[in-house]
Design a binder for this molecule. Structure first.
Ligand SMILES: Cc1cc2nc3c(=O)[nH]c(=O)nc-3n(C[C@H](O)[C@H](O)[C@H](O)COP(=O)(O)OP(=O)(O)OC[C@H]3O[C@@H](n4cnc5c(N)ncnc54)[C@H](O)[C@@H]3O)c2cc1C
Length: 660
């Protein structure tokens, strides 16, 4: 019960208790008789009836939470910033016209807003259920939504064209993936894991395996999983204990227990194709002895029909902080039949094909959650009235001003906006590089794009998921105490936003990947290429007075990052702990420069659009304002990060472990 004791009698008199009490605003279910039965003066509202009261003392009447896919910004990035039309002669890009983009994004947005978003809160509240026979049911509405998802052909969007998919460019499917996550992150994991499994089979599987499994996974009839983690190992996969024993017919018997397996068991698809890491008897007992296996939940006959149930089962569902709509399972393999994918002992490399694409997808999760949290915080900040603007009443006729007038609330909203729009540009740019790494016209262009994707993958995953969580908590802060209360929905975003920083390799491991592998690869080729691209854009933008100040700010930050890179090269080799201690701030520094670069390019496009009278001037002006906010308030953090990097390992490693 939520008591309303202590309220002004005048306010109490204004509350329409009849209508409040006749609707349960959490579930939409009718009437709470107990509320109606109480006298007005002493009435206490039950949880679920409090929201209309809060709205009553604010100025608006919208219900919350809500979500509208940011189609205009997506199209701005794809069509103007990335200029996708330039690639129309490349394979896979020929049909990507503005009309097609509008149709795909428009229909995708409608599906996410109307079908997936309305079941998101229930997915969180009810979660998944495991039954005594090991079967798992997904939250209310998920099965129906998934059936419509499949019927509408959404799983095929990114799936390979020669195996039942549409083979759309990654840049287009990435845009849709953002909408999916914003609308319902728990649901989004089922198709996302399937796509990762398809990618791994396509990259390393035999032609027979591709033909047997991929078409039904592409259409969404079957789903996929990735099984790496065991109770004693997540990061250090060399410790894996799951065993594969050769059978006489060429298959293997897989025995072991995996934990934390997303979509391990559920009721959405008729079969689940597990990709499992295991060691073949006699293989080295480290990362060099790991192999990858296909282990279907239901065995698939050679003609594609379903056969017997395999010896794999869900032993338990993990109880989680958030992401309740996604079934996270303990999976038991009891001599289950599996088939080797790719070569023996090369499983980790095969799995990394899947992980790299998945890491970009997880970065997008940070973006998706941040976007929906931001939209709701903006709506709330416009409605909620507290205090007066520092410069004098903004709405003198009302008892208080909307909180959006307060600079501290604006700070949170502007930071979020700048990070979200910058991250969207960076995610879509990276997805485009992924497309170009396969489809660009020349081998040199393909190699350059591949270098950029490799370099940017840990930058995107590590930074955008960190932003996602910090934005979700800032947006919760905009709601004040109401952000901590479940019925407003924003606290779910905080809980859901936490996991992308952890899975697919923690953000600490992303930082180590960037510093230890991606930076030094091929003598620093990718970093040199990227620094050169940023410097070239800075030089052009400095020559235009309208973008010069943004370019100069970015130039300073690029200088900080380059100096930090030099310091790492000189000091990381001498003492590896220097590299380990510097990795995280280095990743953050690279992320700010990457976003600063996106904002510089955005500003250039906006200036050109305004000069040509091309596009909505208010939208383009807002881009320039946000670019200046990013470069003025967020980008300067690179100086502090450089100092943190150059402090070296000593401050973090000086205390002996026993002293903690
Ligand atoms: C909801 C959820 C869904 C998941 N889905 C899947 C899935 O579908 N499939 C799957 O296989 N796994 C899945 N995971 C597992 C997830 O990928 C792991 O939890 C994650 O990779 C971290 O592994 P760990 O939990 O064992 O942590 P640990 O490896 O024990 O790490 C603990 C801490 O130590 C740090 N650390 C470890 N080693 C190093 C090092 N060498 N250098 C610096 N720091 C280090 C880590 O960064 C972390 O901060 C899921 C997890 C969750 C919670």
């Amino acid at each position: 019960m939520v008591p309303l004791a202590g309220l002004e009698p005048a306010l109490l008199a204004e509350i329409d208790f009849e209508s409040i009490a006749s609707t349960n605003f959490t579930t939409g279910a009718p009437a709470c008789e107990r509320c109606l039965a109480q006298p007005d003066e002493t009435r206490k509202l039950e949880t679920g009836h409090i929201r209309p009261y809060i709205r009553d003392v604010t100025s608006g009447d919208s219900t919350m939470p809500s979500y509208r896919a940011p189609i205009r910004d997506t199209r701005f990035v794809i069509e103007q910033l990335l200029d996708i039309g330039r690639y129309s002669t490349l394979p896979g890009f020929d049909g990507i016209t503005p009309d097609l983009l509008e149709a795909v994004l428009g229909e995708g947005a409608r599906f996410c807003e109307e079908i997936l978003f309305p079941i998101n809160a229930d997915g969180d509240r009810v979660g998944c259920t495991r039954h005594p026979d090991g079967s798992v049911t997904t939250p209310p509405g998920a099965r129906e939504a998934y059936a419509r998802f499949v019927e509408a052909g959404w799983p095929t969007l990114a799936a390979p064209a020669d195996h039942g998919g549409q083979g759309m460019p990654h840049v287009v499917s990435t845009a849709f993936q953002e909408y999916l996550t914003s609308a319902n992150m728990g649901f989004s994991l089922y198709p996302e894991l399937t796509l990762g499994a398809i990618n791994a089979i396509m990259a390393t599987g035999s032609e027979a395996q591709k033909a047997l499994y991929v078409p039904n996974m592409s259409t969404g009839k079957w789903s996929g999983t990735m099984n790496l983690t065991e109770a004693h190992c997540g990061t250090d996969l060399g410790l894996i204990r799951t065993r594969a024993t050769p059978n006489a017919d060429g298959s293997y018997a897989i025995t072991g227990t995996k934990i934390f397996i997303s979509s391990g068991e559920h009721d959405l698809t008729e079969n689940i194709i597990h990709l499992v890491l295991a060691k073949i008897a006699g293989a080295p007992d480290n990362v060099k002895g790991i192999s990858l296996f296909i282990v279907p939940k239901i065995l698939v006959n050679s003609d594609g029909s379903l056969g017997a149930r395999n010896a794999v089962s869900c032993g338990a569902l993990e109880e989680k902080m958030g992401l309740h709509g996604s079934a996270t399972c303990v999976m038991n393999y009891d001599g289950a039949t599996g088939w080797l994918v790719g070569e023996e002992n090369k499983g980790l490399a095969a799995m990394f094909v899947m992980m790299n694409a998945a890491r970009l997808g997880v970065g997008l999760q940070g973006l998706g959650i941040a976007e929906v949290a931001y939209q709701n915080a903006v709506a709330y900040a416009r409605e909620r009235r507290q205090g007066r603007a520092l410069t004098g009443p903004a709405d003198p006729a009302a008892p208080a001003d909307p909180i959006i007038v307060h600079p501290d609330v604006r700070r949170m909203l502007m930071d979020a906006r700048a990070l979200i729009e910058g991250s969207r540009a960076l995610c879509l740019w990276t997805a485009l590089q992924d497309d170009l790494s396969r489809h660009a016209a020349t081998p040199e262009e393909r190699a350059q794009a591949a270098d950029l994707v490799a370099l940017m993958t840990p930058v995107v995953k590590g930074n955008v998921t960190d932003f996602g969580y910090s934005i979700a908590t800032d947006m919760q802060q905009v709601f004040g105490g109401h952000g901590y209360i479940r019925e407003w929905g924003v606290e779910q975003y905080v809980r859901d936003a936490r996991i992308p920083m952890i899975y697919e390799g923690t953000n600490g491991i992303q930082a180590m990947d960037l510093v230890g592998r991606k930076l030094p690869a091929q003598g620093g080729r990718a970093a040199r290429l990227w620094f050169g691209m940023v410097a070239a854009d800075i030089a052009t933008a400095k020559a235009d007075p309208k973008t010069a100040s943004i370019a100069e700010a970015l130039e300073k930050s690029l200088g900080q990052l380059q100096a930090a890179t030099m310091w790492l090269m000189q000091n990381g080799m001498a003492n590896p702990d220097n590299a380990g201690a510097a990795a995280y701030p280095y990743m953050r520094c690279a992320g700010l420069v990457a976003l600063g670069w996106m904002w510089l390019r955005t500003a250039q496009v906006a200036v050109a659009g305004l000069a040509a009278g091309d596009g909505d001037p208010a939208f383009l002006e807002a881009k320039l304002v946000t670019a200046r906010h990013f470069t003025g308030r967020l980008l300067p953090r690179t100086s502090a990060l450089r100092r943190e990097i150059e402090a070296g390992a000593e401050p973090v490693m000086a205390l002996p472990a026993e002293a903690f």
